[in-house]
Design a protein around this ligand. Structure first.
Ligand code: SAH
Length: 262
């Protein structure tokens, strides 16, 4: 019999609020013996792990790694081989810009069993929080989860074609710093400058807020923000609303602010 090489659970923590964990994810966290969590995971979720659980912040934020990926991989391997119940907890869904593919491959190649527990990705949380759908009959036939970070915000080839199509809802992850380049690239490819855009910060977390604008005015709206921010481009952004919306009015530059009441 080969030696049992351990097991790691790759768990999506959802957008932040603890009640947006799946029941399966909650069970995984509550029974973890070692928890490696990313910066986007809220404290209230980490606090659900047992007191005796080894809790390690392995988080990255905007590319600033507090621990190198190779180090995280090695740590998971070591802990799993010691027979601990290891939970790798990531914001949102670990299969969406979460490196779950790389981590799973690293572990499986070394004989460690990997189980994936899905989570609510930020795009779904943003849609729920601000009351709009990601697809919409008649107008938004598809949703593309993309990152504007790669290549400094420019898109190319088939990806650009899909994102520039008026029937696409484009959700840009990690897009704040490259918002200007992303908007210019899409407009050059033929997407209307008047396309509605919603910039959503802290979806499904405390301090959620959204700014509604248009594609040609995206850069100033993306502005300076502290929280994780998504950019939703497409007709569905015009449907955004919230019962807690306190302000939704055009500013001089045509930017409307939608802010959640506290
Ligand atoms: N796996 C995550 C995404 C990780 S990439 C998921 O499925 O949601 C990190 C990027 O996700 C951030 O830069 C931001 O663009 C987006 N993001 C993550 N959580 C968010 C949140 N609560 N609100 C808005 N955007 C979020």
């Amino acid at each position: 019999m080969p030696r049992e090489a351990g097991r790691v659970l790759l768990v999506g923590a959802g957008p932040g609020a603890a009640d947006l964990l799946t029941v399966r994810a909650l069970r995984a966290v509550e029974t973890a013996q070692a928890l490696l969590y990313d910066a986007l995971v809220c404290d209230e979720v980490v606090a659900l792990a047992p007191r005796a659980c080894l809790k390690i912040r392995a988080g990255k934020r905007s590319g600033k790694a507090s621990m190198a990926q190779a180090e995280i991989n090695q740590l998971m391997l070591t802990l799993a081989r010691r027979g601990l119940r290891v939970v790798r907890l990531k914001g949102g869904d670990s299969s969406v810009f979460g490196r779950s593919g790389e981590e799973a491959a690293f572990l499986r190649e070394r004989g460690v069993a990997v189980e994936v527990v899905p989570g609510i990705t930020a795009a779904s949380a943003a849609a729920a929080e601000f009351g709009f759908p990601l697809t919409h009959r008649g107008g938004a036939a598809r949703v593309v989860l993309a990152t504007a970070r790669r290549d400094g915000g420019g898109f190319a080839g088939a990806e650009l074609e899909a994102l520039a199509d008026p029937a696409t809802t484009a959700v840009l992850y990690m897009g704040r710093e490259v918002a200007a380049a992303a908007s210019a690239s899409l407009i050059r490819a033929g997407r209307s400058p008047a396309t509605p855009v919603l910039v959503v910060e802290n979806a499904g977390r405390p301090g959620a807020r959204a700014v509604r604008t248009t594609l040609d005015a995206l850069a100033p709206a993306a502005g300076d923000r502290d929280g994780p921010t998504l950019i939703v481009i497409g007709e569905v952004a015009a449907l955004a609303k919230s019962p807690a919306l306190v302000d939704l009015r055009p500013f001089e530059e045509g930017v409307a602010i939608a802010q959640l009441a506290v």
